[in-house]
Design a protein. Structure first.
Length: 325
């Protein structure tokens, strides 16, 4: 047996106190740059928004409570009288009904078509770049040009659509006289312009989904339809919420298409397609009453906010989170 001697512990050595570290000015500048540079990079957007966005919004809110004199650039405070006047006008409720009708006829088919087209473009097809660029061409076109072309196509007497219908032996459709058919025509313009834009947004979200999910589903025997409803659609929840909210904001603020649908731009002889924005434009620049126009603008803002919140809640309930099933 061998005995091992234990080494006695070394006596503690006393170290001299460390000198305080002096931070140079360049190091401080580097720290400030690291902390402040992100805010400086994004500050131009907030400055521009404060000038061209936030200030007009606040100024419009002030004007909405006044009987504003455009010549003197001043007004008399009258409270909620402007809002009560707007709500008491039959034209407002007609415009509200027409706006919601055009919004539903455009947004719902538009989003369904965008999801379907994006799913087709996400598959392994030939000439992917060509088809993806093709769906965006209508969005690049000027809204006035689209409205002029489609207003001539949907002409009551000599429009292209009615010529085709009469050649088939059917009765022509009163596109400019009947409220429902005028809403269909205007919604067609909106769908033509915005379907491709929403398609590319949804396509980008689909391509971000890991392909391992689809491979595992294929091994388990799930078909393309099952994969779409169980993998693709739940994974698109954040993007769908964004697309639905932006479509809601744009659909309730529609102006170019109904404005250019006829040569007068007043929403039809019997206000068949009068929208809230057209009515707002008529009050502000037709009647030169900026106080009432500002009140109507804020009423429209509150309507859009309410509908956007409803869409957000409905979308969260209908579309499950990824992997929740």
């Amino acid at each position: 047996m061998t005995a091992t001697a234990t080494r006695p512990p070394a006596p503690p050595t006393s170290r001299p106190p460390r000198a305080p570290r002096v931070i140079s000015f360049s190091q401080r500048l580097s720290r400030w740059d690291l902390k402040l540079s992100p805010y400086l990079y994004v500050s131009p957007f907030f400055l521009m928004f404060a000038i061209v966005g936030l200030f007009p919004i606040a100024f419009t809110a002030v004007i909405s409570f006044m009987d504003w004199d455009l010549v003197r650039n001043s007004g008399e405070f009258i409270g909620f009288d402007q809002y009560l006047w707007i709500l008491g006008q039959p034209q407002f409720w007609t415009a509200l009904r027409n706006t919601f009708s055009i919004f539903l006829l455009s947004s719902v088919p538009q989003l369904v078509a965008a999801v379907f087209i994006a799913a087709m473009l996400d598959r392994n097809i030939r000439a992917k770049t060509f088809w993806r660029m093709g769906v965006l061409v209508p969005f690049v076109m000027a809204p006035v040009a689209v409205a002029l072309i489609f207003s001539n196509m949907f002409g009551d007497n000599h429009g292209l659509v009615n010529n085709v219908i009469t050649n088939l032996g059917l009765q022509p459709i009163p596109w400019h006289k009947d409220p429902f058919w005028s809403h269909i025509a205007i919604a067609t313009m909106v769908n033509f312009r915005w379907t491709g834009y929403n398609t590319l947004i949804l396509l980008a979200a689909m391509q971000a989904i890991p392909r391992d999910y689809y491979e595992a589903a294929t091994v388990d025997g799930a078909g393309p339809l099952r994969q779409f409803f169980s993998i693709t659609l739940p994974s698109l929840k954040p993007t769908l919420i964004f697309v639905i909210i932006t479509a809601t904001i744009g659909g309730l603020q529609i102006f170019d298409e109904p404005r250019m649908y006829d040569q007068f731009g007043r929403g039809g002889a019997a206000q068949q397609w009068l929208t809230i924005t057209l009515y707002l434009y008529d009050i502000g620049w037709g009647q030169w009453n900026f106080g009432r126009a500002a009140a109507l603008a804020w009423i429209l803002f509150l309507i859009i906010l309410l509908i956007g919140l409803i869409n957000l809640l409905v979308t969260r309930r209908l579309v499950r989170d990824e992997g929740r099933r």
